[in-house]
Design a protein around this ligand. Structure first.
Ligand code: ADP
Ligand code: ZN
Ligand code: ZN
Length: 719
């Protein structure tokens, strides 16, 4: 037995330690180790695993080792060192991780270690001590230089000047004050002052000596919120947690949260797991945003986990949105209205200052087609161009939304029919004119654009369709003298480019901004009086049942960028260039009637047996061939037939056939999926956890036939 620390008169204890072990290795991730003295659960330790030394978390209650167990423990290894510079992780943190691992069908060890700062997993006790000492020193010098005060001390800095609350803000806050620790859905128009409500409620929590967790979908797009929070709570310690931080910053901020030194954590989805010993409030801004769902590895929903965590910690959670997810909407509908009645809904329909949302104009392309005597309408119809030109003349700004980047989605040879496909994916390569490349948006494969058709030599290969680059070019050509800018992922991959582009927008140096969904979110532009969506129809016919919901949210959010100043609100407009002007989605948008849209969508979901009326899981597989991927899924379905048969019939558990994913090949890997549907969440959960064991064994056999990876995605967003 290797127990260097054991003193002879002490009985060594046997501890369950959670270490990183990916699910598919077959390990849950909890291993037993020996230690001389008991350690409280949540303690971070370094333990030997195979030939490596890894970080782990003490999990199970300590058991003094009985003699019989000691014999069995002969082969057990000892804890190498205790990272005792840090407090043990709180028990609610462990409960949250336990729940997340079970619910999302991942190994406990994988889940627990994944949600710790990556740097923490690398450090031994000495290195960690050094870091902590350095942190203490900075915090101490902050305190003497008048920067953020120490915890609990009331802020010395003068209170920021608070705006008088609007009536609806006041009543939302009053409801929050009396409602206590429950989930709330704050349903408020863009510009209705939701953020102000978060900040006021956060102030109360901070004043009570509590910590606040505030989550946003994409922190890089919301520097404004960070600034606003910092300004409001000057004198408090605000830390951010997102993947854009350096590993050292992330560790430092996480440690400050765990040690109770940080008062407010502003973070993306990963921050839902931040240990906060004094947690008093959780806010999930733009709760409908798909970024809250992790799309690989442990595919958790940070929004849903936030609700669960709030329940565990008995604190209120505020989910805010102008266009809530239909799941949250359903949860906030009273039972009498067919909802689940789980959340309290707080409505803020009016914008601050009484400014109206922009008037929605549906520009029917069929009419335009008639007007142009049957000729293809130009990419931007005349009335829309005129409306933009008018804004330019008045010194107002326009935002033109097109959710597709690049110059054109495909190049085409009209002589031989060649198209710019990706050799590695079942997708077209996009033509990017700026750097003259053909680039695959799925695998990244990129080549210089050919001068002539690679198949027949024809020199005249044509771009088909239009992306943001081309739209920018077309607008600049059609509006001589106008300053046209663009924001999309291609522009913003250069560091500082997004900030620069946003700054020139705010400074009024851009007349027309072309952008993808990136510009629709959150930005507080003051001079926009026209927003146009030029190609929004695709979502109406997408196979994903959530496409309409997402499109409605995007268009409404985009509309919210216009008329944010009361003096321009009256003449602000949202233009939608469509071939389907009578579609219910656009009709509801025109009236800003989210409730009507949601009601209709929910009816469709109920009839189709889709969430929130049923629970889904997706069994996903990747293989060297499509047969390998589908073969595994088909075998997986067969192998659990008796498990399915054992579930109560009323629960309606159903496995659909295996099918290729919408883009079936990416980077030469074939992908397939199998949908699992069930009317009762608990039944689905039980089934999945039993099926996992079967599938693990199954997968081993299928490796030889070309299966590469597989995973269960619970509550999948992409169908
Ligand atoms: P939302 O988050 O709902 O889009 P914000 O909280 O960002 O709305 O508010 C929109 C704008 O109105 C912001 O510039 C904010 O500073 C301002 N604002 C919010 N509440 C008030 C208020 N009660 N009085 C005056 N201005 C307010
Ligand atoms: Zn050709
Ligand atoms: Zn590709």
């Amino acid at each position: 037995m290797t127990m260097p620390d054991a003193s002879p008169d002490e009985t060594p204890v046997r501890l369950g330690v959670v270490v990183e072990a990916p699910q598919h290795s077959g390990l849950v991730g909890m291993l037993d180790y020996l230690h001389a003295v008991p350690l409280p659960p949540g303690t971070l330790v370094r333990v030997p695993l195979g030939r490596r030394m890894v970080t782990g978390v003490v999990w199970s209650a300590l058991q003094p080792t009985a003699e019989a167990q000691l014999l069995a423990a002969e082969s057990l290894k000892a804890v190498a060192e205790v990272l005792d510079g840090l407090p043990a992780l709180p028990s609610v943190w462990r409960q949250l991780v336990n729940f997340a691992a079970a619910y999302y069908q991942r190994g406990l060890g994988e889940m627990a270690l994944m949600v710790l700062p990556p740097e923490l997993r690398q450090l031994d006790a000495v290195q960690l001590q050094r870091r902590l000492k350095r942190l203490d020193k900075t915090l101490a010098s902050d305190a003497t230089t008048g920067a953020p005060a120490t915890q609990h001390a009331p802020p010395d800095a003068p209170q920021a000047l608070l705006p008088a609350l609007s009536a609806q803000q006041a009543s939302a806050l009053a409801a929050l004050a009396v409602g206590g620790a429950r989930p709330y859905l704050l349903w408020g128009s863009t510009g209705s002052g939701k953020t102000e409500v978060y900040l006021r409620r956060a102030q109360d929590a901070l004043d009570a000596g509590q910590q606040v967790l505030m989550m946003v979908p994409e922190i890089n797009l919301t520097p404004q919120l960070e600034a606003r929070v910092a300004e409001r709570f000057a004198g408090r310690r605000i830390v951010s947690l997102h993947s854009g931080l350096t590993p050292a910053q992330r560790l430092r901020n996480w440690v400050m949260a765990l040690q109770g030194q940080a008062d407010l954590v502003l973070g993306t989805r990963l921050s839902v797991f931040t240990p906060l010993p004094r947690l008093g409030l959780i806010v999930v801004d733009e709760e409908h945003d798909p970024s809250y769902k992790q799309q690989d590895g442990a595919r958790y929903s940070a929004r849903d986990l936030a609700v669960y965590r709030a329940h565990l910690e008995k604190v209120p959670v505020i989910l805010g949105s102008a266009t809530p997810s239909l799941e949250s909407w359903h949860n906030a509908l009273p039972v009498a209205e067919g909802g689940a009645g789980r959340y309290v809904r707080l409505d803020m329909p009016e914008r601050i200052g009484g400014g109206d949302m922009p008037r929605v104009r549906l520009l029917d392309q069929n009419h335009v087609l008639k007007a142009t005597m049957g000729q293809e309408p130009p990419p931007l119809s005349r009335p829309l161009l005129d409306a933009i030109a008018q804004r330019v003349e008045r010194g107002e700004q326009s935002l033109v939304l097109l959710n597709r980047r690049g110059y054109a989605p495909v190049l085409h040879c009209s002589d031989c029919g060649w198209k710019s496909g990706c050799p590695h994916c079942s997708a077209w390569r996009v033509f990017h004119k700026a750097d003259r490349t053909l680039r695959c948006h799925h695998c990244g494969f990129s080549e210089r654009v050919p001068r002539a058709c690679p198949d027949c030599g024809n020199q005249d290969i044509q771009p088909v369709g239009r992306g943001t680059e081309r739209l920018e070019e077309q607008l600049a050509a059609a509006l001589p003298g106008a300053r046209v800018g663009r924001i999309d992922a291609d522009v913003t991959k250069h560091k500082g480019a997004l900030e620069a582009q946003l700054a020139s927008m705010h400074a009024g140096e851009v007349d027309v901004l072309v952008g993808t969904q990136m510009v629709a979110k959150g930005h507080d532009f003051r001079r926009i009086t026209l927003v146009a969506a030029v190609n929004p129809d695709a979502a109406l016919f997408a196979s994903d049942f959530r496409a309409a919901e997402r499109q409605f949210a995007l268009l409404l959010q985009a509309a919210g960028r216009a008329g944010r100043d009361a003096d321009v609100a009256g003449r602000s407009e949202m233009w939608v260039q469509t071939w389907h002007a009578t579609h219910p989605l656009y009709q509801a948008l025109q009236r800003y009637d989210f409730a009507a849209f949601a009601t209709r969508q929910l009816q469709e979901r109920q009839m189709a047996g889709m969430p929130p009326y049923a629970s889904l899981a997706m069994l996903r597989a990747e293989g060297k061939t499509q047969e390998a991927a589908q073969g595994f899924l088909a075998a997986a379905a067969t192998a659990v037939q008796d498990l399915v048969a054992r579930t109560p019939e009323a629960a309606g558990l159903m496995l659909y056939p295996a099918v290729p994913t919408p883009v079936q090949r990416v980077a030469n890997i074939e992908r397939a999926q199998l949908m699992i549907e069930c009317g009762q969440r608990a039944v689905l959960q039980r089934f999945l956890s039993e099926a996992q064991a079967v599938w693990l064994a199954q997968a081993q056999q299928h490796r030889r036939s070309g299966l590469i990876r597989w995973a269960v995605d619970v509550d999948p967003l992409a169908i």
